[in-house]
Design a binder for this molecule. Structure first.
Ligand code: BGC
Ligand code: ZN
Length: 367
């Protein structure tokens, strides 16, 4: 069967590879789930893997099948599988356990090991193929009523974890009732974080470069957030006009903005950094001022990556709530379909060049 792959270490090596169709028997103890792939989303991670910035092939291979945002249908299950059955729509988590204590308690998303295993990203093949098999532990059921939001389950799980991390960490304050949140960046993580914070009843400002009206402003405002173009208003002007935020979810992909956001956060506030910045950029920061304000304001910075099974479930529940609260808004993120695995060059071209594409995804099969 066909798969879209790269040769890690070789820039722009995206190509079509050939894989053997997997079987449920490959997973021990009857726990295998065979999934027919319907759709796979791609994001900046896939682009940077194709740029050879990171990513490694699984042991024994010189290529890595990419794609970590999957949506599929269960084709066959092993004898011990209880969670899903043939015909169920599913998605799948990305990270696979190593050996640390966190991996052993089902929290590979917070592994303490430097090396991590991620399907489609590092040391494990991804989902841009026709079928894959996995342990039922990593398979997440998608309600049929959310079929039209398909590949958003994975980015939503990362947004759900980011917001959850803030609330868990802020238990240090005994009481934390965030009223005002900023989301910096209006890519998929920024918009989905906006949705989650609006569902929690916060006043949300979503900040991005583009001037409104644009699709990003339409979606953010569709969730009841206020969209701010940073081309028209700086962060400090916004803070002066509306007050400093209690919470910032940073999702711009720019480390410079991640640091700039630290100057804006209100007392007792929390910033969650979610961007993976593969480059080597350096910026100057007003370190005395930030240090002073952070100490005097008891502020907190949390990094958040990946998501485990529970965050997928929480994210899917919020997709359902978001869909009934603001019908039809979430699906506007799904801008740019590509038909079939054969069109892998077009997929990469859109990912690199199409500035209007909020979400590129491959329609692998009908179902
Ligand atoms: C994925 C995460 C992953 C991270 C780091 C993101 O694009 O969505 O699941 O943990 O990249 O590799
Ligand atoms: Zn991703």
């Amino acid at each position: 069967m066909k798969a879209i792959a790269v040769r890690p270490g070789t820039p722009n090596s995206v190509h079509l590879a050939e894989l053997k169709k997997p079987t449920v028997a490959e997973i021990p103890d009857g726990r295998g789930v065979l999934i027919r792939v319907l759709k796979v989303g791609v994001d900046a991670t896939d682009r940077e893997i194709n740029d050879a910035l990171y990513g490694n092939a699984p042991p024994g291979y010189d290529f890595l099948v990419i794609g970590h945002e999957c949506f599929g249908i269960v084709e066959e299950v092993g004898a011990a599988v209880r969670k899903v059955k043939p015909g169920d729509y599913v998605t799948c988590t990305v990270r696979r356990p190593g050996t640390s204590i966190y991996d052993r308690i089902g929290r590979s998303d917070i592994t303490s090991e430097e090396e991590y295993y991620e399907r489609g990203i590092n040391l494990r093949h991804g989902y841009l193929t026709e079928y894959f098999v996995d342990d039922e532990e990593f398979v997440v059921r998608m309600p049929v009523g959310l079929k039209h939001l398909h590949v958003l389950a994975e980015p939503m799980s990362c947004a759900a974890k980011a917001v959850e991390q803030a609330f868990l960490a802020q238990k240090r304050l005994q009481v934390w009732e965030p009223k005002r949140a900023w989301v910096t960046g209006a890519g998929q993580i920024g918009l989905l974080s906006t949705l989650i914070l609006r569902l929690r009843g916060m006043q949300v400002f979503t900040l991005a470069r583009g001037r409104k009206p644009c699709l990003k402003s339409e979606i953010a405002e569709g969730f009841g957030s206020t969209y701010i173009s940073t081309a028209e208003m700086t962060m400090s002007e916004l803070a002066k006009a509306h007050g400093k935020p209690d919470l910032i979810i940073e999702a711009t992909g720019s480390s410079a903005i991640a640091f700039e956001a630290m100057e804006i956060l209100g007392h007792n506030g929390c910033i969650v950094w979610t961007s993976i910045t593969g480059g080597q950029r350096k910026v100057e920061v007003p370190s005395d001022r930030v240090n002073l304000n952070w100490v005097l304001g008891n502020k907190l910075l949390v990094g958040s990556v990946n998501a485990n099974f529970r965050h997928f479930e929480a994210g899917i529940a919020d997709l359902a709530l978001g869909e009934v609260t603001w019908p039809g808004v979430i699906q506007k993120i799904l801008t740019t379909p590509v038909k079939g695995l054969d069109n892998y060059r077009e997929m990469m071209r859109l990912l690199v060049e199409d500035r209007d594409a909020l979400k590129v995804f491959v329609d692998v099969a009908e179902g």
